[in-house]
Each structure stands twice: as C-alpha cells, then as structure tokens.
Design a protein around this ligand. Structure first.
Ligand SMILES: *Cc1c(COP(=O)(O)O)cnc(C)c1O
Length: 374
C-alpha cells in the first residue's frame, strides 16, 4: 500500500476540516445560511487581499476569473499590455484574442521576471492601452514578479492593473490597495486549501468605474449586484463555498501573517534542500509557492515525475510546453508543513538515484531543516 500524496502546484491537498465542510448536506443558495457564508467569505477575502474594494466569488476555475476580468474591463478593440513569461502569461494573450482585445506583449525569457524598465518602455509606447495584464507568480516557471514595482508603473501611466495572483494569495503578503492592484485574482485550489471550482476577484474603485458589461455568465456587473446582497447571480457551487469558508477560517485562526511566514520558511527549506542535493533552480526569482527544478544532465524531468508516482505514490508536476522534460515542479503552498517539503526532497532524491543520478538526500534533508529554522 502507498499513501497518495498530492504535491502539484494546483490542485493541492485539502485539510480534513475543509473536506468535512464540503461533505455536509447542500443548502439553498437563496437562504440566510448561504448569505452568511458568502458575506463571511467576501469579508475574509478582503482581509487577505487587504482591500476596501469589492470582492466577487465565481463558480469556475481560476481561468474563469481571468476571462471575467478581460471581458468586464476591456471592450472590443481596446488594448492591453500583457506580460508573457510562461504558460499563464500566454493565457492572458489568448483570452484577449478571444474577446477581440488587442495586446501589446512583453515577452520575457521563461523563468525570468519582467524587467521593470522594459515594461515601462512598452507602457509608454502604448498610450492607448487601458490596462496591464500580469501574473504575480508565474506557476509554469515557479517565478515571482515584482508586482509592487509593476503597480508603480500602472499608477504613473494611469493604467488598470489586473494581476493573476492565483499562486500568490495565501502565500505572500500582497496589499492590493496599497500596491495599486485594480483587479486581484485567485482560485480555490492552490494556496486556499480548497478543491478546484471557485475563483475570486477584487475590484478597485477605478476598476468599478471602468466596467463594461460584457459576457453573460461571467458578467461582473450582474454578479456584483447580486453579491452585494449576499447572493450570487446563478446557482453557485454551494458546497465549495462552505468548504472555502472553512479554509479561510483555518487561515484566520493561524493568522494571515503567520501563513505568509510559513510559506516563506517552507520555500527557503525547499530551495536549500534542492541545492544541497546538487540540483539547480530553474527560476531566476523563485516563488514561495512552487519550486521549479532543472532536471540534471541526461535525465528527463518527466521520468522523475513518473518514478516518484510509481515508487512512492507521490504526484509532483513536470514542465509545460517547451519546458516539458527539462524541469519538474515541487509545490509548497496551502495545507503544507515542513514534512511535506522533506518528503518531496527524499522522493526526488530517491527517484533520481533510481534514474542514475547520485543525489545527496541526507544533505538535502539537513539543509532543508536548517533553512526552515526553529
Ligand atoms: C492555476 C493557475 C491559473 C488557473 O488555472 P485554472 O486551471 O483555470 O484554475 C491561472 N494562473 C496561474 C498563475 C495559475 O497558477
């Protein structure tokens, strides 16, 4: 028998308390009980985002919120500046295309984060752009972007800033209002410790003023009107709302600041362990949610993923697109503690050994505990 362990950068493992909330009898979405849950969720998420703006929760995966943001803020023929440094940056471009929004794209090397001067240059050169579409963590490369600096550019040139923080919220302290993020986006299945199916977005004053009413299901105006009254426009995934509410309660019990600190320590432990094993990080600016590791010379990253699954029942993620086989990704966001980091290091080391690469597993474990601190 092998216990199954899920260490992909979404979905992530779900705590028992949240699973229990998920399994309760479904309730009516026009009831007082649901209204109380939705109200709590919108308030707790505003606290997590540190925003006085409006929060909307959608029944969709994270991409649904990305689509709702593009459709809700850009008319046909409008222009957006897009940062493309990985698979999710590409997704912004594809959504723009689907909604006939023109994009001016800053293409950067996968694994790097945008050079702020280059971005400023492009924004300056694109005066017609209504906003900037960017990730906070580009999950496909395990890279953190300096969203605070990007916020300064958006402010300077009076552009809306729409930030996909799907693997950043619940990991980092991202004060949305202070840093000038007009639309902040996250999803239930990453750091929020809940199964896939819900996405979240916040809207600043400026975003609210800029709303165009496009789309039907993903119509932010209609949805906001309902959510202000403690309802959703259509039947939501009621049980997932109950589950997300339990997850946020757990995070508030731990304290958001402690949650952020835990993620920072876990990420340091993972990075230290990976390096001590003789491996190197793929990203130039590694994120605290997921660590992308270069597959060693002569070893296919997909084989590491496969071996980890076969030998240990552990699911880690490979690379996407042209990074397939070149990297593998280890997740440490959400319901994760130091032993989750240690077990991934051990599993990776043992899998690599099986594939012919001598990894120093005990050095990795020591380094990880040391970096994690007491
Ligand atoms: C997971 C993720 C998404 C959303 O993907 P879905 O599969 O639609 O939930 C978007 N952006 C980033 C950065 C992500 O990590």
């Amino acid at each position: 028998m092998l216990k199954r362990r899920l260490y992909t950068p979404g979905p992530t493992e779900v705590p028992e308390r949240v699973l229990k909330a998920l399994s309760m009898q479904t309730i009516y979405h026009r009831s007082e009980e649901f209204k109380a849950t939705l109200t709590y969720l919108r308030q707790a998420l505003s606290r997590l985002f540190k925003t006085d703006g409006e929060v909307i929760i959608l029944t969709s995966s994270g991409t649904g919120a990305m689509e709702a943001a593009v459709a809700g803020l850009f008319d046909e023929g409008d222009t957006a500046v897009v940062v493309e440094g990985g698979k999710f940056g590409q997704r912004w471009g594809q959504i723009c295309q689907a909604f006939k929004v023109k994009s001016a794209t800053l293409k950067i090397k996968w694994g790097s984060s945008p050079d702020v001067e280059q971005l400023e240059e492009l924004v300056k050169k694109t005066p017609e752009a209504k906003g900037i579409l960017v990730q906070i963590c580009e999950t496909s490369t395990g890279t953190y972007y300096d969203i605070k600096k990007i916020g300064e550019i958006a402010k300077k040139y009076d552009k809306l800033l729409i930030a996909d923080g799907i693997t950043a919220f619940g990991v980092y302290d991202i004060p949305v209002d202070e840093w000038g993020i007009d639309v902040a986006i996250t999803g239930s299945q990453k750091a929020l410790m809940t199964p896939p199916g819900l996405s979240v977005l916040s809207l600043s004053e400026r975003a609210l003023r800029s709303l165009v009413s496009r789309g039907y299901y993903f119509n932010l105006q209609r949805e906001l009107k309902a959510q202000k009254k403690g309802q959703t426009a259509y039947t939501p995934a009621v049980n997932l709302f109950m589950a997300l509410s339990e997850a946020l309660k757990m995070m508030e019990e731990e304290g958001f600041e402690n949650v952020f600190k835990r993620h920072e320590r876990l990420a340091s432990a993972m990075r230290a362990g990976v390096k001590a094993m003789g491996l190197s990080l793929f990203s130039e600016n590694p994120a605290n949610s997921v660590t992308a590791v270069k597959a060693p010379e002569g070893i296919n990253g997909q084989d590491v993923v496969k071996t980890a699954k076969e030998l240990f029942g552990v699911t880690i993620a490979g690379g996407q697109e042209h990074l397939k086989g070149k990297i593998f990704r280890l997740s440490h966001m959400g319901y994760v503690d130091i032993l989750d980091v240690i077990s991934q290091l051990v599993v990776v080391g043992q899998s690599l050994a099986k594939l012919g690469f001598e990894a120093d597993v005990s050095a990795a474990v020591d380094a990880a505990f040391k970096a994690y601190g007491g």
